[in-house]
Design a protein around this ligand. Sequence first.
Ligand SMILES: Cc1cc2nc3c(=O)[nH]c(=O)nc-3n(C[C@H](O)[C@H](O)[C@H](O)COP(=O)(O)OP(=O)(O)OC[C@H]3O[C@@H](n4cnc5c(N)ncnc54)[C@H](O)[C@@H]3O)c2cc1C
Length: 433
Amino acid sequence: MFFAGIAFRYRELDFDAGPFLADDALPAKWPIDYYALRGCYDEMERRLGVARAGDDDPWQPPSAPAPMPPHDYDDRGTLIANAGARIGLSPFATPLAINSRSFDGRPACTRCSTCTERACPSGAKGDAIQGILNRAKTTVTIRTGARALRLIGGRNHRVDAVEWIDVAAARRTTTRADNFILAANAVQTARLLLVSTEPWAPEGIGNSSGLVGAGLSFKLSCYLSGRTDYLTESTFGGPHSTVAFSDYYLHPDVPGLLGGTIYQANPVLGTDTSSLRLHVLAGDQPMERNRVRLVRARDEFGMPRVMMDYRTHPRDAERLRFLAERAADILRTAGVHRIRFEPTEFHRGSRHLHGTCRAGDDPHDSVTDRNGRLHDIDNVHVVDGSVLPFAGGVNPVLTIQANALRIARELIGRDRPEATPSIESPNLLMPTY
Ligand SMILES: Cc1cc2nc3c(=O)[nH]c(=O)nc-3n(C[C@H](O)[C@H](O)[C@H](O)COP(=O)(O)OP(=O)(O)OC[C@H]3O[C@@H](n4cnc5c(N)ncnc54)[C@H](O)[C@@H]3O)c2cc1C
């Protein structure tokens, strides 16, 4: 998982209280509230090593103290923060899973390179290997280069085995197990369930609701950038983002009230590195018609290919336009004369994939229960971004990981009643600073 390091928590909304979504959207309310996740967020922040501000962010949910103080704004971040403050916004340090000082045996970030799409050469950026796998107390076997092809059902509406292929050796194997945890992302997990048909699951395992694959969400996004005379030096390297704004997360001027986040997103290598650049991000409405589905064409392993159907809702398009105009206000105030609009073409697919195995209490409008267990089957759980009914207007990694941790604890509690599921790991001490 090469992520830019941005580590927000989900900002819970009271969906009963507002006209946030269009009438034809799928339910966006989660089956759990923020407090069910809070301890797991705290633990994941410590495991990854998150540096963030205390309460500068108006939307920061309650939490344990941050493991590390935030990063200082870089040159671009300072210009953007000052401009935002001048027009009445509340800039805050982008929460980052990147060490602002040495932490947990790993060094502080020296801004030696760019963080997006790259592994960190110094180890200052947190990741799942350092934060989770290297700390495992039991032996974990990972088969790299293996692709799960389908789940094989048994009797009694359970899954007995997974058929997978060692891609390099082109060798197929079937592995039996008592429990199956799917974490292949919102497109591939849905595909795996849809291809796995049984006489008792003709539309795919776990799909009695017809919703496996539906509610595909990509996040609405775009970038705005431009040169300013105030950026005297074209520095490069270090965190992709050091300042963010959540002032428009909910705002009376946004269509449906529901806005999103605006944050600094430094130009990537090979582009115009002398620009200020902002990313606009908002959660898209979960629509039943936006979905992952199978087509007749087959891939190199003889499995059906996937097609993603996605049409931007007109209300979502209006929301994105509103946020882009606000981002342009910030850039203009920072001295940018010619603002470049960079569409992301999110409607063709994105880095943020959610919603295709939506979690909920009602088996008629969701695929899994609150703990990621398929409603239809006892021994298959989903723990990736596909279970989020709505991912909010922030970057999702920390939420996906906190939720996966919560589900893992639930599973341990269920299968080993003698083991007390603990959220706070005793060997992880809160640092002082
Ligand atoms: C360049 C980039 C930068 C990003 N930066 C950020 C950021 O700063 N902050 C943030 O919050 N989010 C960021 N994201 C988004 C974030 O990485 C994703 O939202 C997140 O990784 C999704 O987690 P997931 O568990 O749902 O799926 P994934 O992380 O995609 O994990 C799925 C895994 O399953 C494997 N897989 C798929 N199909 C199969 C199969 N059939 N058999 C076996 N294995 C399979 C895949 O290879 C992959 O390893 C970024 C994404 C990208 C691409």
